[in-house]
Design a protein around this ligand. Structure first.
Ligand code: SF4
Length: 446
């Protein structure tokens, strides 16, 4: 059978980047991607363990592949990412049809592991954390791309130990990639036609903090802002406690930095923030927002909220609603608390009935849907600059791109406009995207 692989990715942008790396590594041993698991000789799942729902979903998908293995014993099934890191060899015991388990630090070993499973019909597990020096050598990197917008990894891991979060245990300690390497990658991507870069890491705001010789994240942004060819810069994920005044000022100073920031707050209650070990108060968060809006009045914010954290009272929850109304986020990503094994919050007494948590969640969504609607509706009737990323799924002759706020806009245009920033008159706003009409350049007022 031809060397073909089918890969499913769960979770965050870090996993998206890891999956690209998996694809590149598999190509070195002759594996080509296919879109259907039935056509694959190798099936891989790159998993996320941040929430219980993501874990159940990954196991559900894994179960779907069991009949394929029964029909074709030559099929190799592998599981990587955060669940693999957390569960290790136990997965091989729990899923007899699983051949390969690889952790978050072991992706680079995939070609050898796949070859070994294939040649010797053995079952393998490799989930050891690597030392700092080795990790620094293995940062995912690209020198070219046929895409308009790309992620560039600037740091990995997390030292924050928020009480609900499994990331420090499954991704390891925080390390920053040398700034010289980051800039080399950004310049190479710009030369190959990339126009927008998103600098990513679990907590990019603390970039360079543990290395006296390294640039701060604000200084790194300033350097990226100078790269010819790059028109837009974004970054994620941010931690409010590490969002320095210098970094906030970048939104007023750096012309290429987009007017959008995802800044997870998690709760509007100081008691809950303390229990979450977040390291900032509600007042501090609101002061950051005030400063951001002062230096960049056009900025739009999005955030993450956890509803029903252990001990959350009605008062705590109302403080979150109040904060949402005060900040007026463009979008929120909200979840009902799910305890993660091994984290501090998993041991906290949790007396709030599930039905109450659900009611709070629904109430919050209702409020936020209206706030989001108001924010995005402001664009209707306006002309926005849209960086065109490609042909839209909406049909022939349709393109899609993003505004500075990260909103997807669909509009009629020509393929040759991909990669260009064009003025688009926004005509309608939906829950997750907008519709527009290209503005002829000669109709624009100077
Ligand atoms: S900052 Fe907190 S929530 Fe974010 S990855 Fe680190 S521990 Fe998890």
């Amino acid at each position: 059978m031809k060397r073909t692989y089918y890969l499913e990715t769960f979770g965050c942008q870090m996993n998206v980047v890891d999956s690209e790396r998996i694809g590149e590594l598999l190509a070195t041993i002759g594996y080509q991607p296919v879109s259907q698991p039935d056509d694959a000789r190798l099936i891989l799942l790159n998993t996320c363990a941040v929430r219980d729902k993501a874990v159940r979903k990954a196991y559900g998908h894994l179960g779907r592949f069991k009949p394929l293995k029964e029909r074709n014993p030559e099929l190799i099934i592998g599981l990587g990412g955060c669940i693999a890191q957390q569960e290790g060899a136990e997965l091989l015991g729990n899923f007899p049809y699983l051949d390969l388990v690889f952790g978050t630090h072991n992706i680079h070993r995939l070609p050898e592991l796949v070859d070994e499973v294939e040649a010797n019909r053995v079952r393998c597990e490799e989930t050891e954390f690597l030392d700092r020096e080795t990790r620094l050598r293995l940062f995912p990197s690209r020198s070219d791309s046929d895409q308009v917008a790309r992620f560039v990894t600037v740091m990995q891991g997390c030292d924050n130990y928020c009480s609900y979060c499994v990331v420090p245990y499954v991704r390891g300690r925080e390390i920053s990639r040398p700034s010289g390497e980051v800039l080399t990658e950004v310049r190479a991507l710009a030369s190959s036609g990339v126009r927008e870069v998103t600098l990513i890491g679990q907590n990019v705001n603390s970039y360079g903090l543990r290395d006296a010789e390294e640039l701060s994240f604000a200084d790194l942004l300033e350097q990226v802002n100078r790269v010819d060819g790059i028109e837009r810069i974004r970054f994620t994920t941010s931690h409010p406690k590490d969002l320095s005044p210098q970094l906030i000022d970048c939104f007023g100073r750096l012309g290429k930095l987009c007017w959008h920031l995802h800044l997870p707050v998690q709760s509007g209650s100081n008691d809950i923030l303390r229990a979450m070990n977040r390291g900032y108060s509600r007042e501090h968060y609101l002061e950051i927002v005030r400063h951001l809006k002062e230096v960049c009045p056009q900025i739009r914010l999005s955030t993450d909220i956890i509803v029903g954290f252990p001990g959350e009272s009605d008062e705590d929850f109302n403080a979150t609603l109040d904060l949402l109304a005060q900040v007026c986020f463009a979008d929120i990503y909200s979840f009902i608390f799910s305890p993660r094994r091994g984290t501090a919050a998993a041991d906290l007494a949790d007396n709030t009935p599930a039905a109450i948590k659900q009611q709070r969640f629904d109430r919050m969504l209702k409020l936020q849907q209206e706030l989001s609607r108001q924010v995005w509706q402001q664009d209707v009737g306006q002309v926005c600059q849209v960086l065109v990323e490609g042909e839209s799924k909406q049909g022939a002759g349709q393109l899609f791109g993003r505004t500075t706020w990260g909103r997807i806009v669909n509009f009629a245009g020509e393929r040759s406009q991909v990669g260009q920033t064009v003025p688009v008159h926004i005509t309608r706003s939906f829950k997750n995207s907008q519709l527009g009409e290209l503005v002829c350049q000669d109709k624009l007022t100077p």
